[in-house]
Write a protein that binds this ligand. Structure first.
Ligand SMILES: C[S@@+](CC[C@H](N)C(=O)[O-])C[C@H]1O[C@@H](n2cnc3c(N)ncnc32)[C@H](O)[C@@H]1O
Length: 256
């Protein structure tokens, strides 16, 4: 498949670049065959026209969201956007945002440069970007997956405030990330060298209440903790996160 071009910028925080090229760390999976479910295989074979024999070389994590306009924040290669298009979404109504350009690699992986018209915006969610400012108030569905858990409480609030500014009056903001039984600030370790806050549903509600207050908007948030088994991941792959780690899945709907 030839995903050989390296990107001079990386998506990791600075401290994580020390792990580049290193595969003797708990989060490096030597075999990812079990991640290629039938659904993933169908996307790669039918949408990307990748021969079946090559499919297991690819990993994507697909999430389907619908809406009049949709923004995937922290889009990485754009796999979720492709899944939406595969399921019938009109691709010029989709926006993909990332701090680092993985988007071009996504074209190489999905072989759709000539047919995907989703718009990519390179931006740090925590900064103001002119393009994101133009879109304020216009996005109906925002998705942010596996992004918030990298930050402490205050930066998570800042990130959600940005998403609220982007959202339309009837918007839904959805996401998931690493959570935990018993919300807590994670200690800085050799493996994760910046402070991060992992939520349980109660703390996530509290955070949304703060965001609602600070933005003068009303949001109803539902959040659940799921085990690795429940989301289809092999628990042994993420043992290094500790016995209390879970995935927190959530939906925030804007009220009047
Ligand atoms: C762990 S990946 C998750 C990718 C994808 N959403 C998923 O669920 O598979 C985190 C992504 O968020 C992006 N990201 C990290 N910090 C960001 C920021 N401040 N603004 C925008 N994107 C960011 C990274 O570049 C990376 O593509």
């Amino acid at each position: 498949m030839g995903l050989t071009k390296s990107n001079p910028k990386t998506s990791e925080p600075d401290w994580a670049t020390a792990y580049r090229g290193v595969n003797k760390v708990p989060f490096y999976l030597h075999n990812i065959d079990d991640k290629v479910t039938n659904e993933v295989r169908a996307l790669l074979e039918e949408y990307s026209k990748i021969p079946p024999a090559e499919v297991l070389k690819h990993t994507i994590i697909g999430r389907l969201q619908r809406g009049e306009s949709y923004m995937d924040v922290g889009c990485f290669l754009g796999q979720d956007i492709r899944r939406l298009v595969f399921d019938g979404a009109i691709s010029d109504r989709l926006y993909a945002v990332d701090i680092v350009d993985h988007w071009n690699l996504g074209f190489e992986m999905f072989r759709d440069r000539d047919r995907l018209s989703a718009q990519y915006i390179e931006s740090n969610l925590l900064d103001t970007s002119p393009r994101l400012q133009e879109l304020r108030g216009s996005i109906n569905v925002v998705s942010i997956t596996h992004v918030l858990h990298q930050w402490g409480w205050d930066d998570q609030v800042k990130a959600l405030e940005q998403l609220v500014r982007l959202s339309s009056s009837n918007a839904m903001i959805v996401g998931f990330q690493v959570g935990t039984i018993g919300a807590k600030e994670q200690p800085i370790t050799e493996l994760a060298r910046s402070a991060a806050y992992w939520h349980d549903p109660a703390s996530f509600h509290t955070m949304w209440e703060q965001v609602s207050r600070q933005t003068g908007t009303v949001w109803a948030c539902t959040a659940v903790l799921k085990t690795w088994d429940e989301i289809g991941w092999n628990p042994s792959d993420v043992e290094y996160l500790g016995p209390d780690a879970r995935v927190i899945q959530w939906v925030a709907e804007r009220g009047k």
